[in-house]
Write a protein that binds this ligand. Structure first.
Ligand code: SF4
Ligand code: SF4
Length: 114
């Protein structure tokens, strides 16, 4: 199998192996069970990420709208409007590339719910 990580397209080469005894995980398609892994994945980790992991936040008065953060974001979660960069938190994976790449130090990290 070859993949191109830049656009998410995959090309299968050769024949697909047939796996007769494959069983879908219990969490597939949102079927949540009460085992420790599911509880962690669906309850503990989301709460942890929402409230405890820092989120990038644009300091508007420092932003010069250069677009470096837009180009550095792997999730395409940032755009620049007429005032400053804007982060779409529904797409943000908190990789902090934008924070590290901003030449003006205009992207801070905040732990509060933004
Ligand atoms: S890299 Fe920094 S200065 Fe440039 S647009 Fe993004 S937030 Fe603004
Ligand atoms: S933290 Fe990562 S995913 Fe989130 S806006 Fe910045 S570059 Fe994009």
């Amino acid at each position: 199998m070859e993949n191109n990580l830049s656009d998410g397209n995959y090309t299968l080469l050769g024949e697909m192996p047939i796996i007769n005894d494959f069983i879908l995980p219990r969490t597939y398609h949102g079927k949540i069970s009460l085992d420790p892994i599911s509880l962690y994945n669906y309850i503990v980790f989301p709460i942890f990420t929402k409230f405890l992991i820092e989120k990038p936040k644009v300091i508007k008065k420092k932003c010069i709208r250069c677009g470096v953060c837009v180009r550095s974001c792997p999730e395409k979660a940032i755009m620049v409007d007429k005032v400053s960069a804007i982060i779409d938190y529904s797409k943000c994976i908190k990789c902090y590339c934008c924070h590290e790449q901003c030449p003006e130090g205009a992207i801070d990290l905040k732990r509060i719910n933004l």
